[in-house]
Design a protein around this ligand. Sequence first.
Ligand code: CU
Length: 447
Amino acid sequence: MRNALIAFTLLGAAACGKKDPAPPAIADAPKVAPHDDKGQPPHEHGGADHDDKGQPPHEHGGAGHDDKGQPPHEHGGGDAAGAHAHKSPHGGEVQTIGAYHIEAVPTKVGLLFFPLDGEEKELPLEGISGKLTFAAEGKEPVEVVLEPMGNHLHANVVLDGAWKAVVNVSIKGEAQSARFEGSGTRTKGMGAAAPDHAHGGGADMPAMKLSDAVEGHVHGENLVAGQPTTLHIQFDRKEPHGPVTDFEVTHEKKLHFFIVSEDMSFFAHEHPEIADAAKGTWTLPFTFPTPGNYRLYSDFKSTALGSTVTMSTLVVPGTSPAAKELVADTAMTKTFDGLKVTIATTPATLGAGDALIAYTLEDAATGAPVTDLQPYLGAMAHLFILHQDLTSMAHAHPRGPEVGPDSRGGPKVELHAALPKAGLYKLWGQFQRGGKVITTDWTLEAK
Ligand SMILES: [Cu+2]
Protein backbone atom coordinates (compact mmCIF):
# COMPACT_ATOMS: atom_id res chain seq x y z
CA MET A 1 0.00 0.00 0.00
CA ARG A 2 2.89 2.31 0.75
CA ASN A 3 4.14 1.96 -2.83
CA ALA A 4 0.70 2.64 -4.14
CA LEU A 5 0.47 5.84 -2.17
CA ILE A 6 3.84 7.03 -3.41
CA ALA A 7 2.90 6.31 -6.97
CA PHE A 8 -0.31 8.26 -6.63
CA THR A 9 1.36 11.21 -5.04
CA LEU A 10 3.93 11.36 -7.82
CA LEU A 11 1.33 11.14 -10.48
CA GLY A 12 -0.77 13.79 -8.87
CA ALA A 13 2.17 16.10 -8.48
CA ALA A 14 3.26 15.65 -12.06
CA ALA A 15 -0.17 16.41 -13.38
CA CYS A 16 -0.49 19.37 -11.08
CA GLY A 17 2.85 20.95 -11.76
CA LYS A 18 2.53 20.68 -15.46
CA LYS A 19 -0.55 22.63 -16.22
CA ASP A 20 -1.53 24.65 -13.26
CA PRO A 21 0.83 27.25 -11.98
CA ALA A 22 -1.57 28.77 -9.47
CA PRO A 23 -4.48 26.62 -8.63
CA PRO A 24 -6.93 28.21 -6.27
CA ALA A 25 -6.61 26.79 -2.81
CA ILE A 26 -9.28 24.19 -2.47
CA ALA A 27 -10.14 25.28 1.05
CA ASP A 28 -10.71 28.86 -0.07
CA ALA A 29 -12.79 28.04 -3.08
CA PRO A 30 -16.35 29.24 -2.79
CA LYS A 31 -18.61 26.42 -1.85
CA VAL A 32 -21.18 25.60 -4.41
CA ALA A 33 -24.57 25.21 -2.88
CA PRO A 34 -25.58 21.60 -2.78
CA HIS A 35 -28.20 20.70 -5.25
CA ASP A 36 -29.49 17.64 -6.83
CA ASP A 37 -30.06 17.34 -10.50
CA LYS A 38 -33.80 17.07 -10.32
CA GLY A 39 -35.43 19.90 -12.15
CA GLN A 40 -32.19 21.78 -12.44
CA PRO A 41 -30.46 22.81 -15.57
CA PRO A 42 -28.03 20.06 -16.36
CA HIS A 43 -24.96 21.71 -15.03
CA GLU A 44 -24.39 25.24 -14.01
CA HIS A 45 -20.71 25.44 -14.66
CA GLY A 46 -20.69 23.63 -17.94
CA GLY A 47 -22.39 26.08 -20.21
CA ALA A 48 -21.47 29.12 -22.16
CA ASP A 49 -21.70 31.32 -19.10
CA HIS A 50 -18.04 30.94 -18.60
CA ASP A 51 -15.15 29.55 -20.47
CA ASP A 52 -13.14 26.84 -18.87
CA LYS A 53 -10.38 27.02 -21.41
CA GLY A 54 -7.22 28.56 -20.16
CA GLN A 55 -8.55 28.73 -16.66
CA PRO A 56 -7.21 26.69 -13.89
CA PRO A 57 -9.49 23.75 -13.39
CA HIS A 58 -12.61 24.44 -11.41
CA GLU A 59 -12.42 24.52 -7.73
CA HIS A 60 -14.11 21.18 -7.63
CA GLY A 61 -12.18 19.71 -10.54
CA GLY A 62 -10.29 16.70 -9.48
CA ALA A 63 -7.25 16.58 -11.68
CA GLY A 64 -4.40 16.10 -9.38
CA HIS A 65 -4.88 19.06 -7.12
CA ASP A 66 -5.59 17.22 -4.04
CA ASP A 67 -2.30 15.90 -2.99
CA LYS A 68 -2.08 18.22 -0.07
CA GLY A 69 -3.98 16.08 2.28
CA GLN A 70 -7.29 17.47 1.11
CA PRO A 71 -10.22 15.39 0.12
CA PRO A 72 -10.05 14.83 -3.63
CA HIS A 73 -12.59 17.56 -4.37
CA GLU A 74 -15.67 18.99 -2.92
CA HIS A 75 -18.15 16.68 -4.40
CA GLY A 76 -16.11 13.67 -3.60
CA GLY A 77 -15.98 11.79 -0.41
CA GLY A 78 -19.69 11.30 -0.10
CA ASP A 79 -19.94 14.45 1.97
CA ALA A 80 -23.47 15.55 1.24
CA ALA A 81 -22.99 19.05 2.65
CA GLY A 82 -20.18 19.88 0.27
CA ALA A 83 -21.46 17.85 -2.59
CA HIS A 84 -21.81 19.51 -5.91
CA ALA A 85 -23.65 16.89 -7.81
CA HIS A 86 -22.60 16.75 -11.41
CA LYS A 87 -25.13 15.27 -13.67
CA SER A 88 -23.78 11.83 -14.38
CA PRO A 89 -25.28 10.62 -17.61
CA HIS A 90 -24.29 7.01 -16.93
CA GLY A 91 -24.77 6.88 -13.20
CA GLY A 92 -21.10 7.19 -12.31
CA GLU A 93 -18.97 9.92 -10.83
CA VAL A 94 -18.15 12.99 -12.89
CA GLN A 95 -15.06 15.10 -12.48
CA THR A 96 -13.88 18.14 -14.34
CA ILE A 97 -10.72 17.85 -16.40
CA GLY A 98 -9.75 21.12 -18.01
CA ALA A 99 -12.55 22.19 -20.29
CA TYR A 100 -14.08 18.73 -20.24
CA HIS A 101 -15.56 16.25 -17.85
CA ILE A 102 -14.89 12.62 -17.33
CA GLU A 103 -17.33 10.20 -15.82
CA ALA A 104 -16.05 7.04 -14.15
CA VAL A 105 -18.52 4.19 -14.02
CA PRO A 106 -17.32 1.29 -11.90
CA THR A 107 -18.80 -2.01 -13.00
CA LYS A 108 -18.25 -5.69 -12.47
CA VAL A 109 -16.48 -5.85 -15.81
CA GLY A 110 -14.08 -3.00 -15.20
CA LEU A 111 -13.84 0.71 -14.82
CA LEU A 112 -15.48 2.64 -17.62
CA PHE A 113 -14.67 6.23 -18.49
CA PHE A 114 -17.00 8.44 -20.47
CA PRO A 115 -15.32 11.60 -21.80
CA LEU A 116 -17.93 14.35 -21.69
CA ASP A 117 -18.04 17.91 -22.90
CA GLY A 118 -18.68 20.93 -20.66
CA GLU A 119 -22.38 20.13 -20.65
CA GLU A 120 -21.84 16.50 -19.85
CA LYS A 121 -22.72 15.24 -23.29
CA GLU A 122 -20.72 12.33 -24.61
CA LEU A 123 -17.66 13.28 -26.61
CA PRO A 124 -16.76 11.30 -29.71
CA LEU A 125 -13.84 9.05 -28.85
CA GLU A 126 -11.89 10.00 -31.94
CA GLY A 127 -8.61 11.52 -30.86
CA ILE A 128 -9.09 10.51 -27.23
CA SER A 129 -6.76 8.01 -25.66
CA GLY A 130 -5.63 7.26 -22.19
CA LYS A 131 -4.11 5.11 -19.52
CA LEU A 132 -5.13 4.19 -16.05
CA THR A 133 -2.92 3.71 -13.05
CA PHE A 134 -4.88 1.43 -10.82
CA ALA A 135 -4.17 0.12 -7.36
CA ALA A 136 -6.30 -2.31 -5.48
CA GLU A 137 -5.73 -2.08 -1.76
CA GLY A 138 -2.65 -4.00 -0.73
CA LYS A 139 -1.50 -4.51 -4.31
CA GLU A 140 1.10 -2.87 -6.49
CA PRO A 141 -0.32 -0.27 -8.86
CA VAL A 142 -0.71 -1.43 -12.43
CA GLU A 143 -0.93 0.56 -15.59
CA VAL A 144 -3.74 -0.30 -17.98
CA VAL A 145 -4.29 1.11 -21.46
CA LEU A 146 -7.86 2.34 -21.91
CA GLU A 147 -9.62 0.63 -24.75
CA PRO A 148 -12.15 2.64 -26.74
CA MET A 149 -15.45 0.80 -26.73
CA GLY A 150 -18.38 2.49 -28.36
CA ASN A 151 -18.92 5.61 -26.32
CA HIS A 152 -16.45 5.03 -23.54
CA LEU A 153 -12.95 3.95 -22.64
CA HIS A 154 -12.74 0.62 -20.91
CA ALA A 155 -10.16 -0.27 -18.27
CA ASN A 156 -9.99 -3.97 -17.72
CA VAL A 157 -9.51 -4.03 -13.96
CA VAL A 158 -11.17 -5.99 -11.19
CA LEU A 159 -13.11 -3.81 -8.76
CA ASP A 160 -13.13 -5.79 -5.61
CA GLY A 161 -12.48 -4.17 -2.27
CA ALA A 162 -10.94 -0.72 -1.94
CA TRP A 163 -9.15 0.76 -4.92
CA LYS A 164 -7.62 3.98 -6.21
CA ALA A 165 -7.25 5.00 -9.79
CA VAL A 166 -5.69 7.86 -11.68
CA VAL A 167 -6.89 8.21 -15.21
CA ASN A 168 -4.68 10.07 -17.69
CA VAL A 169 -6.42 11.00 -20.89
CA SER A 170 -5.47 13.01 -23.88
CA ILE A 171 -8.46 14.89 -25.28
CA LYS A 172 -7.83 16.80 -28.49
CA GLY A 173 -4.12 16.93 -27.68
CA GLU A 174 -4.66 18.17 -24.13
CA ALA A 175 -3.37 15.87 -21.40
CA GLN A 176 -5.64 15.66 -18.39
CA SER A 177 -5.87 13.52 -15.37
CA ALA A 178 -8.41 12.73 -12.70
CA ARG A 179 -8.38 10.60 -9.64
CA PHE A 180 -11.11 8.32 -8.46
CA GLU A 181 -11.29 6.03 -5.53
CA GLY A 182 -13.86 3.61 -4.41
CA SER A 183 -14.79 0.29 -3.08
CA GLY A 184 -16.15 -2.46 -5.27
CA THR A 185 -18.49 -1.00 -7.87
CA ARG A 186 -18.97 2.34 -6.14
CA THR A 187 -16.73 5.36 -6.13
CA LYS A 188 -16.49 7.51 -3.04
CA GLY A 189 -17.88 10.47 -4.95
CA MET A 190 -21.00 8.54 -5.84
CA GLY A 191 -21.94 8.63 -2.17
CA ALA A 192 -23.86 5.99 -0.38
CA ALA A 193 -26.81 6.13 -2.69
CA ALA A 194 -27.46 7.61 -6.08
CA PRO A 195 -31.20 8.17 -6.10
CA ASP A 196 -31.04 10.59 -8.99
CA HIS A 197 -29.91 8.05 -11.47
CA ALA A 198 -32.77 6.49 -13.25
CA HIS A 199 -30.63 3.52 -14.08
CA GLY A 200 -29.70 3.07 -10.56
CA GLY A 201 -26.60 3.25 -8.59
CA GLY A 202 -23.91 3.49 -11.19
CA ALA A 203 -22.94 -0.13 -11.07
CA ASP A 204 -25.14 -0.91 -14.01
CA MET A 205 -25.11 0.23 -17.56
CA PRO A 206 -28.40 1.66 -18.69
CA ALA A 207 -30.87 -1.06 -19.44
CA MET A 208 -33.65 -0.68 -21.92
CA LYS A 209 -36.94 -0.47 -20.19
CA LEU A 210 -40.38 -0.41 -21.70
CA SER A 211 -41.75 3.11 -21.54
CA ASP A 212 -44.53 4.01 -19.15
CA ALA A 213 -45.05 7.30 -20.93
CA VAL A 214 -45.59 6.11 -24.48
CA GLU A 215 -47.67 3.40 -26.07
CA GLY A 216 -46.73 2.00 -29.45
CA HIS A 217 -49.50 1.11 -31.87
CA VAL A 218 -48.86 -1.17 -34.80
CA HIS A 219 -51.38 -2.57 -37.22
CA GLY A 220 -50.96 -4.55 -40.38
CA GLU A 221 -52.96 -4.24 -43.57
CA ASN A 222 -54.46 -7.57 -44.68
CA LEU A 223 -52.10 -9.57 -42.55
CA VAL A 224 -51.39 -12.91 -44.19
CA ALA A 225 -48.32 -15.01 -43.41
CA GLY A 226 -45.93 -15.28 -46.34
CA GLN A 227 -47.39 -12.26 -48.11
CA PRO A 228 -46.09 -8.70 -48.14
CA THR A 229 -48.02 -6.41 -45.87
CA THR A 230 -47.60 -2.83 -44.74
CA LEU A 231 -47.30 -2.10 -41.05
CA HIS A 232 -48.58 1.23 -39.80
CA ILE A 233 -46.91 2.50 -36.66
CA GLN A 234 -47.66 5.40 -34.34
CA PHE A 235 -46.71 6.31 -30.78
CA ASP A 236 -49.14 7.81 -28.27
CA ARG A 237 -47.75 9.89 -25.49
CA LYS A 238 -49.88 9.75 -22.36
CA GLU A 239 -49.03 13.14 -20.76
CA PRO A 240 -49.86 15.43 -22.40
CA HIS A 241 -51.84 13.17 -24.62
CA GLY A 242 -50.81 13.23 -28.27
CA PRO A 243 -48.67 11.55 -30.87
CA VAL A 244 -44.89 11.51 -30.53
CA THR A 245 -43.42 13.54 -33.37
CA ASP A 246 -40.05 14.69 -32.00
CA PHE A 247 -37.92 11.77 -33.15
CA GLU A 248 -34.17 12.20 -33.16
CA VAL A 249 -31.67 10.25 -35.20
CA THR A 250 -29.80 7.57 -33.27
CA HIS A 251 -27.51 5.23 -35.12
CA GLU A 252 -28.44 6.82 -38.41
CA LYS A 253 -32.17 6.16 -38.01
CA LYS A 254 -35.05 7.78 -36.21
CA LEU A 255 -36.80 4.52 -35.50
CA HIS A 256 -35.31 1.11 -34.84
CA PHE A 257 -37.92 -1.60 -35.00
CA PHE A 258 -37.45 -5.21 -33.92
CA ILE A 259 -39.86 -7.99 -34.80
CA VAL A 260 -39.64 -11.15 -32.70
CA SER A 261 -41.89 -14.20 -32.76
CA GLU A 262 -43.21 -15.11 -29.33
CA ASP A 263 -41.07 -18.26 -29.21
CA MET A 264 -38.08 -16.01 -30.05
CA SER A 265 -37.09 -18.15 -33.02
CA PHE A 266 -37.70 -15.35 -35.52
CA PHE A 267 -35.98 -11.97 -35.41
CA ALA A 268 -35.86 -8.97 -37.69
CA HIS A 269 -34.33 -5.52 -37.23
CA GLU A 270 -36.06 -2.99 -39.45
CA HIS A 271 -36.21 0.73 -40.06
CA PRO A 272 -39.69 2.02 -40.90
CA GLU A 273 -40.10 5.10 -43.06
CA ILE A 274 -41.84 8.18 -41.80
CA ALA A 275 -45.25 8.51 -43.46
CA ASP A 276 -46.48 11.78 -41.96
CA ALA A 277 -43.99 13.68 -39.83
CA ALA A 278 -46.64 15.98 -38.34
CA LYS A 279 -48.70 13.03 -37.18
CA GLY A 280 -45.73 10.89 -36.26
CA THR A 281 -46.86 7.98 -38.41
CA TRP A 282 -44.54 5.38 -39.89
CA THR A 283 -44.89 2.58 -42.39
CA LEU A 284 -42.91 -0.59 -42.95
CA PRO A 285 -43.37 -3.13 -45.71
CA PHE A 286 -42.87 -6.53 -44.15
CA THR A 287 -43.58 -10.20 -44.75
CA PHE A 288 -44.26 -12.34 -41.70
CA PRO A 289 -42.93 -15.85 -42.25
CA THR A 290 -45.62 -17.80 -40.42
CA PRO A 291 -48.90 -17.26 -38.60
CA GLY A 292 -48.58 -16.65 -34.89
CA ASN A 293 -48.00 -14.00 -32.29
CA TYR A 294 -45.26 -11.44 -32.75
CA ARG A 295 -43.78 -8.83 -30.46
CA LEU A 296 -42.77 -5.54 -32.01
CA TYR A 297 -40.22 -3.40 -30.21
CA SER A 298 -39.69 0.22 -31.16
CA ASP A 299 -36.54 1.92 -30.01
CA PHE A 300 -36.26 5.66 -30.57
CA LYS A 301 -35.18 8.90 -28.97
CA SER A 302 -37.73 11.64 -28.45
CA THR A 303 -36.45 15.15 -27.76
CA ALA A 304 -38.92 15.56 -24.91
CA LEU A 305 -38.93 12.03 -23.52
CA GLY A 306 -35.44 10.78 -24.22
CA SER A 307 -34.67 7.19 -25.11
CA THR A 308 -37.89 5.26 -25.40
CA VAL A 309 -38.75 1.63 -26.00
CA THR A 310 -42.26 0.39 -26.62
CA MET A 311 -43.64 -3.06 -27.24
CA SER A 312 -46.72 -3.99 -29.22
CA THR A 313 -48.22 -7.34 -30.08
CA LEU A 314 -49.47 -8.43 -33.46
CA VAL A 315 -51.30 -11.62 -34.35
CA VAL A 316 -50.77 -13.02 -37.83
CA PRO A 317 -53.85 -15.17 -38.42
CA GLY A 318 -53.68 -18.86 -39.19
CA THR A 319 -52.36 -21.95 -37.50
CA SER A 320 -48.99 -21.14 -36.04
CA PRO A 321 -46.22 -23.72 -36.16
CA ALA A 322 -45.31 -25.44 -32.88
CA ALA A 323 -43.31 -23.12 -30.66
CA LYS A 324 -39.58 -23.81 -30.64
CA GLU A 325 -38.33 -24.40 -27.13
CA LEU A 326 -35.79 -21.89 -25.90
CA VAL A 327 -32.67 -23.78 -24.82
CA ALA A 328 -29.33 -22.31 -23.75
CA ASP A 329 -26.62 -22.79 -26.36
CA THR A 330 -23.70 -24.99 -25.44
CA ALA A 331 -21.63 -24.22 -28.54
CA MET A 332 -19.85 -20.92 -28.15
CA THR A 333 -18.65 -20.99 -31.76
CA LYS A 334 -21.19 -21.01 -34.57
CA THR A 335 -21.17 -20.12 -38.25
CA PHE A 336 -23.56 -17.61 -39.78
CA ASP A 337 -23.40 -16.67 -43.48
CA GLY A 338 -19.72 -17.39 -43.92
CA LEU A 339 -18.79 -15.82 -40.60
CA LYS A 340 -17.41 -18.07 -37.89
CA VAL A 341 -18.30 -16.38 -34.65
CA THR A 342 -17.19 -17.15 -31.11
CA ILE A 343 -18.99 -15.55 -28.21
CA ALA A 344 -17.50 -15.09 -24.75
CA THR A 345 -18.94 -13.34 -21.76
CA THR A 346 -17.50 -11.73 -18.65
CA PRO A 347 -18.39 -13.00 -16.14
CA ALA A 348 -18.27 -16.40 -17.82
CA THR A 349 -21.42 -17.47 -15.99
CA LEU A 350 -23.82 -14.62 -16.50
CA GLY A 351 -25.93 -13.22 -13.71
CA ALA A 352 -28.23 -10.27 -13.35
CA GLY A 353 -26.23 -7.09 -13.82
CA ASP A 354 -23.35 -6.01 -15.96
CA ALA A 355 -21.90 -8.25 -18.58
CA LEU A 356 -19.27 -7.84 -21.22
CA ILE A 357 -20.10 -9.66 -24.41
CA ALA A 358 -17.18 -10.32 -26.75
CA TYR A 359 -17.48 -11.62 -30.28
CA THR A 360 -14.47 -12.93 -32.16
CA LEU A 361 -14.96 -13.21 -35.90
CA GLU A 362 -13.21 -15.43 -38.41
CA ASP A 363 -13.81 -16.04 -42.06
CA ALA A 364 -15.48 -19.45 -42.12
CA ALA A 365 -13.87 -20.38 -45.44
CA THR A 366 -10.26 -19.42 -44.70
CA GLY A 367 -10.15 -19.36 -40.90
CA ALA A 368 -8.51 -15.93 -41.10
CA PRO A 369 -9.42 -13.33 -38.50
CA VAL A 370 -11.92 -10.87 -39.89
CA THR A 371 -10.49 -7.36 -40.04
CA ASP A 372 -12.76 -5.86 -42.67
CA LEU A 373 -15.89 -5.50 -40.62
CA GLN A 374 -17.87 -2.50 -41.80
CA PRO A 375 -19.91 -0.17 -39.67
CA TYR A 376 -23.57 -1.04 -39.65
CA LEU A 377 -25.67 1.96 -38.68
CA GLY A 378 -22.61 3.71 -37.33
CA ALA A 379 -21.30 0.91 -35.14
CA MET A 380 -19.25 -2.26 -35.56
CA ALA A 381 -22.03 -4.31 -34.01
CA HIS A 382 -25.62 -4.02 -32.96
CA LEU A 383 -26.89 -6.27 -30.26
CA PHE A 384 -30.47 -6.74 -29.18
CA ILE A 385 -30.92 -8.82 -26.06
CA LEU A 386 -34.30 -10.08 -24.95
CA HIS A 387 -35.25 -12.02 -21.85
CA GLN A 388 -37.54 -15.00 -22.23
CA ASP A 389 -40.33 -12.98 -20.61
CA LEU A 390 -40.31 -10.91 -23.84
CA THR A 391 -40.49 -7.65 -21.90
CA SER A 392 -37.03 -7.32 -20.34
CA MET A 393 -34.33 -6.15 -22.63
CA ALA A 394 -30.74 -5.21 -22.48
CA HIS A 395 -29.08 -2.53 -24.46
CA ALA A 396 -25.78 -3.65 -25.75
CA HIS A 397 -25.02 -2.05 -29.01
CA PRO A 398 -22.18 0.42 -28.76
CA ARG A 399 -24.25 3.57 -28.67
CA GLY A 400 -21.90 6.47 -28.54
CA PRO A 401 -19.74 8.07 -31.13
CA GLU A 402 -20.49 6.54 -34.41
CA VAL A 403 -17.63 5.18 -36.45
CA GLY A 404 -17.07 6.66 -39.89
CA PRO A 405 -18.16 4.76 -43.00
CA ASP A 406 -14.56 3.97 -43.90
CA SER A 407 -13.68 2.46 -40.54
CA ARG A 408 -12.96 -1.23 -40.49
CA GLY A 409 -13.24 -3.45 -37.46
CA GLY A 410 -12.63 -6.92 -36.15
CA PRO A 411 -11.69 -9.54 -35.35
CA LYS A 412 -12.93 -8.78 -31.83
CA VAL A 413 -16.01 -6.72 -30.99
CA GLU A 414 -16.98 -6.13 -27.39
CA LEU A 415 -20.16 -4.68 -25.95
CA HIS A 416 -21.52 -3.99 -22.53
CA ALA A 417 -24.95 -5.07 -21.45
CA ALA A 418 -26.95 -4.83 -18.29
CA LEU A 419 -29.04 -7.93 -17.80
CA PRO A 420 -32.05 -6.96 -15.71
CA LYS A 421 -32.60 -10.33 -14.07
CA ALA A 422 -31.87 -14.05 -14.14
CA GLY A 423 -33.28 -16.25 -16.87
CA LEU A 424 -32.74 -17.19 -20.49
CA TYR A 425 -31.79 -14.46 -22.90
CA LYS A 426 -31.51 -14.41 -26.61
CA LEU A 427 -28.75 -12.25 -28.04
CA TRP A 428 -29.04 -11.13 -31.62
CA GLY A 429 -25.73 -9.59 -32.63
CA GLN A 430 -25.49 -8.01 -36.06
CA PHE A 431 -22.38 -7.32 -38.08
CA GLN A 432 -21.77 -6.02 -41.56
CA ARG A 433 -19.18 -7.38 -43.94
CA GLY A 434 -18.89 -6.87 -47.68
CA GLY A 435 -22.09 -4.83 -47.61
CA LYS A 436 -24.07 -7.68 -46.12
CA VAL A 437 -25.62 -7.63 -42.66
CA ILE A 438 -25.10 -10.89 -40.81
CA THR A 439 -27.30 -11.69 -37.84
CA THR A 440 -25.96 -14.03 -35.18
CA ASP A 441 -27.98 -15.47 -32.37
CA TRP A 442 -27.23 -17.13 -29.07
CA THR A 443 -29.38 -18.21 -26.19
CA LEU A 444 -27.55 -17.75 -22.90
CA GLU A 445 -28.65 -18.18 -19.33
CA ALA A 446 -28.15 -15.66 -16.55
CA LYS A 447 -28.19 -17.44 -13.21
CU1 CU B 1 -31.97 -0.20 -36.02
